[in-house]
Design a binder for this molecule. Structure first.
Ligand SMILES: Cc1ncc(COP(=O)(O)O)c(C=O)c1O
Length: 389
């Protein structure tokens, strides 16, 4: 009775874990949350003030489908301030990166096509392919390759049906990114196969280690870049993001945006103008540094408890942690930790199949006191389970 694509979409274990967390919280227990891929900080005050002003001034009507010109210009200037030249007319404002993914899948994939995506990777990516009658195709990435693809791994995974590839850098769930040289090799390999290349840069400004480029747009004007106000800018619920497309794709994607969404949220767009101003930017940067401190604290505590973190993240707010030494697979580990110690983490199985049973994702979207409490509970659990270091 419902479309078959609904059956092709696997439900996430983390949703069931969240339900269990809600039950425990309803019983009065304090659950420590390491499963949430959303900043714990509230949206910065200058953005809230701008939104209030926008509402007061009646900014509640449809806007151009590509977004208001002021915001497209501000995003273009933001790229320029990072040394990247991107013309405003190549920028399309969207309903989050998710809205951008709907547009790009609709623009680039025909029924029967395949979209190469990394495993592990952001779990919704494959769903956007299904939505337009295409299929995701797995590109395995492993700890030994810092969870990033190489030209060789892409060539190996590429099939006759592949129309293109989608890569996030830094990526979810591992937080790793490719170097400039590596990314250049990846882009060239995909181009040599005749495919399109989508680069998801949603965590671009949450990088806390030295890097040799800011955006893939420095390497090519012929790629599709996704971004969002959700993560670095702390605006998850406002549902605002953007895509940068090659010049020749502007007209067709605009047509799709007009038909599928009419426009992105008007008040959110006016609020986002403030997100790019110096006052809010300094708040975002401060928070990025706090995430870096948390990454260091959490990784140090987990390592002391005997866990292995095979690759330290370059950015985002995730640690991908090997739980093999517990003698449990990831799903059992997550359920026991939740049921017995009220600590929520996400099993690797929610992000793909490759080595998924041995990894769990810890999100450090939590203050240091909560990180300490969570780690104290995990220490207690390991003791009780007889696997303490
Ligand atoms: C890699 C990646 N891409 C895209 C998204 C979607 O983000 P949004 O639609 O909130 O911009 C997420 C959310 O977690 C993500 O991790």
């Amino acid at each position: 009775m419902f479309a078959t694509r609904c059956e092709e979409i696997a439900p996430f274990t983390v949703m069931q874990l969240l339900q269990r967390a809600a039950e425990l919280e309803a019983e009065g227990q304090r659950v420590v949350h390491f499963e949430i891929g959303e900043s714990d900080f509230p949206t910065a005050t200058p953005i809230l003030d701008a939104a209030t002003m926008a509402l007061k001034h009646g900014r509640t009507k449809y806007t151009p489908a590509q977004g208001i010109p002021e915001l497209r210009a501000a995003i273009s200037s933001f790229y320029a301030s990072n040394g990247v030249a991107v013309a405003a007319d190549r920028i399309i404002v969207t309903a989050g990166a998710s809205g951008g993914l709907v547009l790009l899948a609709s623009l680039l994939l025909n029924p029967g096509d395949e979209l190469l995506i990394t495993d592990p990777g952001y779990p919704c990516d494959g769903v956007f392919a299904h939505l337009v009658g295409a299929r995701p195709r797995s590109l395995p990435v492993t700890a030994s390759g810092r969870f990033q693809p190489t030209p060789e791994s892409i060539q190996k995974a590429w099939s006759d049906r592949c129309a293109g590839m989608l890569l996030a850098s830094p990526t979810n769930p591992t937080g790793t990114m490719s170097s400039r040289l590596e990314l250049d090799g990846i882009i060239k390999t995909v181009a040599a196969q005749g495919g399109f290349f989508i680069l998801d840069e949603i965590y671009q400004h949450l990088v806390h280690r030295p890097r040799d480029y800011c955006s893939g747009l420095e390497l090519s004007d012929d790629i599709y870049v996704l971004n969002s106000f959700s993560k670095f800018f702390g605006m998850t619920g406002w549902r605002l993001g953007w895509v940068v497309v090659p010049q020749q794709a502007v007209a067709p994607i605009t047509k799709l945006a007009q038909n599928l969404f009419i426009c992105p949220s008007a008040p959110a767009q006016y609020a986002a103008l403030a997100a790019l101003e110096p006052e809010a930017m300094s708040i975002h940067a401060e928070r990025r540094d706090i995430f870096a401190d948390r990454a260091a604290a959490l990784s140090q505590r987990l390592t002391a408890l005997g866990f292995t973190i095979p690759v330290m993240p370059d950015g985002a707010f995730y640690l991908y942690v090997d739980v093999t030494h517990t003698g449990m697979d990831a799903t059992e580990f997550c359920w026991r930790l939740m049921n017995e110690y009220a600590v929520a983490v996400t099993p690797g199985t929610d992000f793909g199949k490759v080595d998924a049973d041995r990894y769990v994702r810890f999100a450090y979207t939590n203050d240091l006191a909560s990180i300490d409490l969570g780690c104290a509970r995990i220490a207690e659990a390991l003791q009780a389970w007889g696997v303490a270091p």
